[in-house]
Write a protein that binds this ligand. Structure first.
Ligand SMILES: [Zn+2]
Ligand SMILES: [Zn+2]
Ligand SMILES: [Zn+2]
Ligand SMILES: [Zn+2]
Length: 290
């Protein structure tokens, strides 16, 4: 069975013995425009370079000069260690660039190239594992879904029952002048294999906003170490931002959070990642609620 219905470059397998109920959703390898998102993510609205080369070089390419080099010559992510808590923007060459499709500044746009399998985990519901070895720095897959506005993300999160899965990921990017860009992606109704990847407090993937043809970023997941065959793929749902403990929250945030769970009971779902440094509860993006 191919979960992607041949929409990905390689089939997305599903463990046949999986006993869990399978969620209903529409498979889409790419982001789609959702409520409140004023820009269609499939439109081309980023300029390209005029390189007529096989692969762009930092000395002559306007894309690499403007935005910096994110990948090495084999397309693997550079500078994996980021000391600041902000993610710096990554721009790939796009449809308007003169370089070839093999340009090393094109990774996320090539789509899923790895054999992945959705499987039923012991205590975390569905998860995703790799059926091949993944070298450090490799692009694995996107976290694709409906791109929605802050207001819509808030509305959806407040409408959630405590038993529901929260899939909405909020990515905040800080531009030089102190301005902030926020992107909200919800893969619950429309999404790709990324929606099945579990959280871990000690993940093997990192999420980075990557722009290709559109100013709307794609939420791309890259390996941050070599990942072995049959290993489960995980990323930090808080996106590298601090996983706040309830004690650290203001009282208004606590009120908002309890509004979501609808009870006075535990605000947060328990984390079952098993890491030594486990924060014990899943991250909850409270900025949506405040
Ligand atoms: Zn290029
Ligand atoms: Zn170029
Ligand atoms: Zn370019
Ligand atoms: Zn954990």
């Amino acid at each position: 069975m191919d979960l992607s219905n041949s929409l990905e470059e390689v089939p997305v397998l599903v463990e046949s013995s999986g006993l869990l109920p399978f969620p209903e959703f529409q498979y889409s390898p790419d982001n789609v425009q959702g409520p409140g998102c004023s820009i269609d993510p499939t439109e081309v609205n980023v300029p390209g370079c005029s390189c007529q080369s096989h692969s762009c070089l930092p000395g002559s390419c306007s894309c690499l000069q403007t935005y910096g080099q994110a990948y090495d010559t084999s397309g693997k992510l550079l500078n994996l260690i980021r000391t600041d808590s902000y993610s710096s923007p990554v721009f790939e060459c796009n449809a308007l660039c003169g370089c070839s499709d093999a340009c090393s500044n094109r990774a996320v746009q090539r789509g899923l190239r790895l054999k992945l399998e959705v499987f039923s985990t012991k205590n975390k519901g569905w998860g995703v594992r790799t059926l091949e070895m993944i070298p450090n720095g490799t692009f694995v897959c996107e976290y694709a879904g409906e791109v929605i506005s802050f207001a819509e993300a808030r509305r959806r999160q407040l409408a959630q029952k405590s038993m529901d899965h929260n899939y909405i990921i909020a990515v905040r990017e800080h531009a030089g002048s102190g301005s902030t860009t926020e992107t909200f992606v919800d893969p619950a109704a429309v999404g790709n294999v990324g929606r099945f990847i579990n959280h871990s407090c000690q993940p093997n993937l990192i999420m980075l906003p990557v722009r290709v043809h559109s100013v709307v970023p794609r939420l791309a997941l890259f390996a941050i170490r070599n990942i072995h065959v049959q290993e489960e793929l995980t990323f930090d749902y808080s996106g590298g931002y601090h996983n706040q403990t309830p004690e650290a929250l203001s009282s208004s945030q606590r009120d908002a959070a309890s509004q979501v769970s609808g009870t006075d009971g535990p605000l947060r779902k328990k984390c079952h990642c098993g890491a030594k440094n486990c924060a014990q509860s899943l991250p909850l993006d409270l900025s949506i609620l405040s």
